[in-house]
Ligand binder design. Structure first.
Ligand SMILES: Nc1ncnc2c1ncn2[C@@H]1O[C@H](COP(=O)(O)OP(=O)(O)O)[C@@H](O)[C@H]1O
Ligand SMILES: [Mg+2]
Length: 294
């Protein structure tokens, strides 16, 4: 049984992906003897290297870009190569926060009020300040901004329109930031994310000690149950049935879903592995489970 870990890629999350790839590769050694780790640059490079190495299962450790938006999944599925993680369809949906939120809304799953802007003059349509401005399809908190009025919002929106061609506008929420990992049908314990300063931006995500993680979250039992059930409904609403991580903000007693990560970070200290560990599943067991299920 040959397992190939694919990492790297060309998105803004390349470095994160290399860490995930390395960690997964090391952890797989505990249970598999025939493993290879491939660092590839673009989709063509990734696919040709995978085909050459003839794997039984590909462990996708790519983040963002073609590795997460469904292109790579679709190529593997066409080639009949099994892979860990969400399939083509769920990858396409979850990579696009606007599409994801539209599906959540249709299914009555709470998500912050939102609007997709494609032209600067649409800024007048925003009537729910304060807002969060973010790219439609990025990750790692790249280009996430906040604004209290049109004047503050304009330069950020202009920047996103120039860079990405669209800007996703959301109502800014206040409350506990939570994340819920789901592995097949196991809903992992909730993590409460508490950055020591500011919001959960790139620096607070990847600087050691910058954020406190409380797992399991210290919230009343009825709220914990509600958060887990909203997260699971979100996961199911887009068709997931492998693994993913759902990000939420608890405002008042309502857990609002921000997004569904179809390829969550997978270093030993990443959020989903942290939650798994708190329920007794080691990192080695977790990566083995994902390969076995694939
Ligand atoms: N509507 C919002 N209100 C308040 N904070 C938000 C909102 N949306 C995002 N954030 C903050 O920005 C971070 C990144 O947003 P998220 O939608 O999870 O995108 P990604 O993690 O893919 O970059 C969140 O973890 C949270 O700290
Ligand atoms: Mg997020």
């Amino acid at each position: 049984m040959k397992v190939v870990v694919v990492c790297g890629g060309d998105s803004s999350e390349r470095e994160v992906s290399l860490s995930t790839g390395k960690a997964v590769f090391e952890a797989l050694k505990a249970n598999f003897s025939d493993i290879e780790c491939i660092d590839c640059s673009n989709i063509k490079d990734c696919i040709s290297k995978v085909v050459q190495s003839k794997p039984n299962v590909v462990f996708i450790a790519l983040h963002g870009g073609f590795g997460e938006n469904g292109q790579f999944q679709s190529a593997l599925e066409s080639l009949g190569i099994k892979h860990t993680g969400c399939s083509f369809k769920e990858s396409v949906i979850s990579m696009d926060k606007f599409v994801t939120k539209s599906i959540l809304k249709k299914n009555n799953i709470p998500t912050p009020e939102f609007l997709l802007i494609r032209q600067l003059n649409q800024i007048e349509l925003i009537d729910f300040y304060p807002i969060c401005i973010k790219p439609q399809s990025e990750g790692s908190s790249v280009d996430v901004y906040f604004a209290n009025n049109v004047k503050e919002a304009k330069p950020y929106i202009e920047n996103l329109l120039n860079k990405y061609g669209s800007a996703l506008i959301e109502k800014k929420l206040e409350g506990d930031e939570l994340t819920v990992g789901i592995v097949y049908d196991i809903i992992l314990p909730i993590i409460n994310i508490k950055p020591r300063k500011g919001f959960y931006d790139y620096k607070n995500k990847y600087t050691k000690g910058a954020t406190e993680y409380i797992v399991p979250a210290n919230l009343p039992k009825n709220i914990l149950d509600l958060v887990q059930s909203v997260a699971y409904s979100a996961y199911k609403s887009i068709g997931c049935n492998s693994y993913a991580r759902v990000d939420l903000i608890l405002e008042g007693n309502i857990p609002y879903v921000l997004e569904i990560n179809s390829i969550p970070g997978m270093t030993a200290t990443s959020l989903l592995p942290k939650a798994a560990l708190s329920s007794g599943i080691s990192f080695e067991e977790l990566v083995k489970l994902l390969v076995d299920k694939a």
